[in-house]
Design a protein around this ligand. Structure first.
Ligand SMILES: [Cu+2]
Length: 196
């Protein structure tokens, strides 16, 4: 009669329990599957990060948020609505805690409008309800969205990215006026409008 093995780890498995080689093979397979999944996920992150520029979803245009007010496109005198030589409108806005500057803009209806926004401090959001305009406004980047307003009307534009204690009060207006009326307005009326 064979001597009983004192080391419990060396005792053969009782009948009905999965044999050691099977356990080892199964674990090896799972490790391989998990390592492959991990590798694929890492590759997806790296590839999209490099090729798609894992930046804010926008036109990936950088700007220095510290010098917005000093020079360049977003100086105060250049904010608001500008009419381009091709007749389209470009609206430039700065989002900051807790307002948009200017706090109301006028744009012509039935005209292509390009909104160009940037932030002076933290991440904000820009949304025009019932339109295709919806973007994040990230400091260091220029967010650009294009739309055309079919009808004149008033659009409220709330900040939809939590930006601090005053976030709930951060909203303003886009006033869409008929094309003909817009053309008659003076330069100052065109660039900004009063709040209600
Ligand atoms: Cu906000």
């Amino acid at each position: 009669m064979a001597e009983p093995i004192s080391n419990p780890l060396q005792r053969p498995l009782a009948n009905g329990v999965v044999p050691e080689p099977v356990v080892e093979r199964t674990e090896q397979r799972w490790v391989t599957i998990m390592a492959t999944m991990l590798g694929v996920m890492m590759a997806v992150i790296v590839v999209t990060g490099v090729t798609g520029a894992l930046h804010p979803a926008s036109n990936v245009e950088v700007i220095d948020p510290r010098t917005l007010h000093l020079a360049g496109e977003f100086v105060e005198s250049n904010l608001g609505t500008a009419i381009e030589p091709d007749g389209s409108a470009t609206v430039r806005l700065i989002a900051e805690q807790y307002d948009f500057v200017p706090d109301c803009v006028v744009v012509p209806a039935q005209t292509p409008v390009t909104f160009r926004l940037t932030s002076a401090d933290v991440v904000h959001g820009f949304l025009l309800p019932n339109t295709n305009v919806n973007t994040m406004v990230v400091p260091g980047f220029v967010a650009e969205v294009r739309t055309t307003f079919a009808q004149p009307g008033e659009y409220e534009m709330p900040c939809h990215e939590f930006c601090g204690l005053g976030h709930h009060a951060m909203w303003t207006r886009v006033s869409v006026t008929p094309r003909e009326k817009f053309a008659d307005q003076g330069p100052l009326e065109r660039t900004r409008c009063e709040k209600h």
